[in-house]
Write a protein of this length. Sequence first.
Length: 153
Amino acid sequence: MKKIKILFVCHGNICRSTMAESVFSHMVKAAGGSDLFEISSAATHTDELGNPPHYGTREKLAREGIPLVPHRARLLTRADGAYYDFIIGMDEENARHMRRILGDCKAKVCLLLDFTAAPRAIADPWYTGNFDETFDDVTEGCAALLKYVSGEV
């Protein structure tokens, strides 16, 4: 069976997208579907390339009992567009940059909370400092995404 390939994307790939990668991976494992997915994350900007996840992301995931996926920030590439089935941003600014980078594959771009009953942006905790709110939004989006893609498995 073909794996569903999902790429989470945010500005620097150290807060929201890394959190989404870890949360979604945890949900998939708990559902017994690890063999059905390939999950990763990337950045739209070079600010944090090579850096580990933000300490706020690491601390929040630890408090929630969710394992942090081993990760170093990397840049979204045009090749990602052809490779991944879903390329999921956190806010409209991410989506604009994602479409620019991806070119022909820009139709694969969506926002994580588009899968929920209340589509909206996920605030960047780098600026807000509110990793609890970001975690709640990421968890809501990941649960809705898992429900959506489970129909494809």
